[in-house]
Every structure is written in structure tokens, then in C-alpha cells.
Design a binder for this molecule. Structure first.
Ligand code: SF4
Ligand code: MG
Length: 331
């Protein structure tokens, strides 16, 4: 597909009374039409902040984009006047969030909220917008859409509300859809259904899809590529198969080891010990070193290890990527 989005050397800071936190420190990636990129990491890794920077919902205290470019179809969103950027947010690049209940307005019927997109951006009258809303509700598989178009958000289950959020997000046929932990609040069966629906709509419309998640298990079946973030940087990126079969970064390996696997029942899960660093006080050297079982002296000092190519379309920011690759292949 053609390139939709290019993020280049993105830098984001949070300025608080306690100091400055580098939330994003030199992030790079591309997104093409029809491609699904999963951005993976624990909370505080910078994955949601990356999404907010792309959406342009960040530049107010405490969060600021302090460097880099975010190009959409070749144009830098960060240099665009607000008015022009607002025309991209929603119609071109759209986003869904984890918490559908707080994103929906409790006092308006869901059909009205979906239809609002069509009334504002497409200039539709109420009747057409209502019909459009029903079609969108049907597309996201809400049973009895026509009967439920005037129901309120609280009258739907969590999974159905997330479907309503998807309907709103795709109403204007965006080229890029960003989903930030879209299924985290839902139970496992519903999670899988929502992921399958996103994938289906993405393929049908050839959207570029960015899935932001802390759960490598959730994106296995839907992602084409995975970028793993830690402490504001991408530490590994590869196609989905390579990420699962041949991780080169110890952090990715740790995330993989903490996914429950059906074929290894009874085997104990190894969660990564410790916590991600406070971004106001990131450890020197490799930020992951306090939690890394591969760490040696070189990891604890100097600049963070750079992202280096370790295979086709596969980059890893670890001094010992080769060793980690060999370790994974041996087990
Ligand atoms: Fe671990 Fe060192 Fe690699 Fe960082 S650079 S992930 S501390 S081995
Ligand atoms: Mg988040």
C-alpha cells in the first residue's frame, strides 16, 4: 500500500512542577494503506502519548510535542494551522479509546451521536444522518440497530458500546484509525469479537490501523507489524511472525513469556519483574537494565543502545540482540 503516515524522530515532553519528563524520545515509524501496526508496551511506555500526538490532542499543559515530524500524506501535521488540522482529525485520522462509556455522551441517543459526525462534516439533514447511523450500527453488528438507534449509551453492554465507538470512528471513512486499548475493559470473548470486527472493517476499507495495547496476545491475529515501546522509545520492531518467533530484545521476550498459552497449560507464567521507570528519572544506558536478565556493565552506562537492524525489516535496540535471538531459538 501507499504510505499514509510517517512519524519521524518524534519528541514529547511533559512539564510538571516536579520537572520535565521525556514521554517520547525519538520515535520513528510508517503506516501504509491496508496495514495494521500494533504499538505495544506497558503503561507509561509512551504508546498512548504517541497516538495523542498524531491526533493533535496533546499540545496543552502538561504535554508538548517538542520535536520531530508527523507527516500525513506527505504533509507535516505539526506545522499545519489548527483549522486545517481539525479537518484531518476525524475525517482523515480517527481514534477510539479504551473507555467507551466516558467517551459517549450519556444524555444523547447513540444514533444521534453517530449521526452528529454526518450532520457536521457531511452536512446531512437529521433524517439522512439517522439512516446513516443505522447503517453504521448494522455494519458494526449491533443487533436490532433500527430499533436501538434512539437508545442511550447506558442501555448497551460494554462490548456494544465499543461497537458504537467504532461506528462513530468510521462514520467519515477515515484513512487512518487509531485504537488505544480498544478491548482492555472487556472480557476475553468480547475482546476477540471486537478485534475481528476492527480487522474486517480495516480490510474492507483498506484503512491504516494502529492498535495500541499492553497485551501481545490480543493483537497476534490482527497485526501485520509490531513496534514495542519502552520508556518513550521503540526498542524493537518487526513483522508479527518474527516478533513472536524470533524476538531480539529482552523486553519483547519478557512480554511474550507473560502471555498465557493454551499449549502450555500448567506451565508458570514469567511476568517481567519490576516496573517501568519514572520518566523523570530514566536509568542511564539502556532504560530496561534494572529489569533485564541479560544486562551487563555496558548496559548500565552511556547512551541508550541504538535501534540496529538484526534481520529483514527487524530492528532491535539491545547490545546483545544476537544473544537474545540465539537464546529464543534454543528454547
Ligand atoms: Fe538488557 Fe542490556 Fe539489552 Fe538493555 S541493552 S535490553 S539491559 S541486554
Ligand atoms: Mg494508555
Amino acid at each position: 500500500g501507499e504510505t499514509l503516515l510517517e512519524v519521524e524522530d518524534l519528541q514529547v515532553e511533559f512539564r510538571t512542577r516536579d520537572g520535565v519528563a521525556k514521554a517520547i524520545n525519538g520515535v520513528n515509524f510508517d503506516l501504509r494503506t491496508g496495514e495494521t501496526l500494533a504499538i505495544l508496551g506497558e503503561s507509561g511506555s509512551g504508546k498512548s502519548v504517541t497516538a495523542q500526538a498524531i491526533m493533535g490532542i496533546l499540545d496543552s499543559p502538561p504535554g508538548f510535542v517538542t520535536g520531530g515530524e508527523i507527516r500525513y500524506c506527505g504533509q507535516d501535521l505539526l506545522k499545519m494551522p489548527d483549522k486545517q488540522r481539525r479537518k484531518i482529525r476525524g475525517p482523515e485520522i480517527s481514534m477510539i479509546f479504551q473507555d467507551a462509556l466516558s467517551s459517549l455522551n450519556p444524555v444523547f441517543p447513540v444514533g444521534w451521536q453517530i449521526g452528529e459526525m454526518l450532520r457536521i462534516h457531511r452536512g446531512m439533514n437529521r433524517t439522512d444522518a439517522r439512516e446513516g447511523a443505522i447503517k453504521l450500527m448494522e455494519r458494526v453488528n449491533i443487533p436490532g440497530a433500527r430499533q436501538r438507534v434512539s437508545s442511550f449509551p447506558h442501555q448497551f453492554s460494554g462490548g456494544m458500546r465499543q461497537r458504537i465507538m467504532i461506528a462513530m470512528a468510521i462514520a467519515l471513512n477515515p484513512a487512518v484509525l487509531i485504537a488505544d486499548e480498544p478491548t482492555t475493559a472487556l472480557d476475553v470473548t468480547v475482546q476477540a469479537q471486537i478485534m475481528a470486527l476492527l480487522k474486517e472493517i480495516q480490510e474492507e476499507r483498506q484503512m491504516g490501523l494502529i492498535l495500541i495495547t499492553h497485551d501481545l496476545g490480543v493483537v497476534a491475529d490482527v497485526a501485520d507489524r509490531i513496534a514495542v515501546m519502552y520508556a518513550g522509545r521503540i526498542v524493537e520492531s518487526a513483522d508479527v511472525f518474527t516478533t513472536y518467533a524470533h524476538p531480539a530484545h529482552p523486553y519483547t521476550l519478557g512480554l511474550l513469556e507473560s502471555i498465557p498459552r493454551l499449549d502450555q497449560k500448567g506451565q508458570e507464567l514469567t511476568a517481567i519483574g519490576g516496573l517501568p521507570p519514572n520518566l523523570m528519572n530514566v536509568p542511564p544506558g539502556c532504560a530496561f537494565h534494572p529489569r533485564c536478565r541479560f544486562a551487563r556493565d555496558i548496559c548500565r552506562e552511556g547512551a541508550p543502545p541504538p535501534l540496529l537492524t538484526v534481520g529483514t525489516g527487524h530492528v532491535s535496540a539491545c547490545h546483545f540482540s544476537e544473544e537474545v535471538l540465539a537464546d529464543g531459538d534454543a528454547s
